[in-house]
Design a protein around this ligand. Structure first.
Ligand code: FES
Length: 173
């Protein structure tokens, strides 16, 4: 990561710490901001957050690892999260999962090498009567079939190509 990016990260973390009182309750808002803006919370960022809040880095790591949406790995620009809870399971989640893996070319918990897509499992998202259900970033998709998945993945491929930002972001070091 460039020095300017490190400076930016420090400024972002400090700004939230100032707003939230420089204590442990600052941790989640800071992690959310870093994850959203930099798409990962790596060891450099964790150390920096720990330094600024004057807590142990292990504590930062423990919180980041506990909450799935904060987990430290780099994720794709578009994150496909398929519900694996019971109603969606009975509604045909398995075929949908197979199609997703085939169309994205990755397994669950993986990210495409170009950084465009990640594939993950999710738990119930409250759309149980319209399963199988899936989120792509913040967008909900319901009553999924393999054909629908094929069309949705193609749609996101076009978006990824148009955005011209298919490379995974450089990790914060
Ligand atoms: S079981 Fe899948 S959304 Fe509730």
């Amino acid at each position: 990561m460039l020095t300017t990016d490190r400076d930016r990260l420090r400024e972002d973390v400090t700004a939230i710490a100032v707003l939230t009182g420089f204590n442990r309750s600052s941790l989640i808002p800071i992690l959310q901001e870093v994850k959203e803006k930099y798409r990962c919370v790596d060891s450099y960022a964790m150390q920096l957050i720990a330094d600024i809040l004057e807590i142990h880095p292990v504590e930062v790591y423990a919180v980041a690892s506990f909450y799935a949406f904060l987990h430290p790995e780099v994720e794709g620009r578009y994150i496909f999260r398929l519900c694996r809870t019971l109603s969606c399971e009975f509604a045909g989640k398995e075929q949908v999962a197979r199609q997703l893996q085939a169309d994205l070319g990755i397994g669950f918990s993986d990210t495409t090498p170009d950084g465009s897509f990640s594939l993950e499992w999710a738990n119930c998202m409250g759309m149980c009567d319209q399963g199988p259900a899936m989120l792509v970033n913040d967008q909900v998709y319901t009553e999924l079939t393999p054909d629908k998945i094929h069309a949705i993945v193609n749609e996101y491929r076009v978006k990824a190509e148009q955005s011209g930002t298919q490379r995974a972001p450089e990790r914060v070091r």
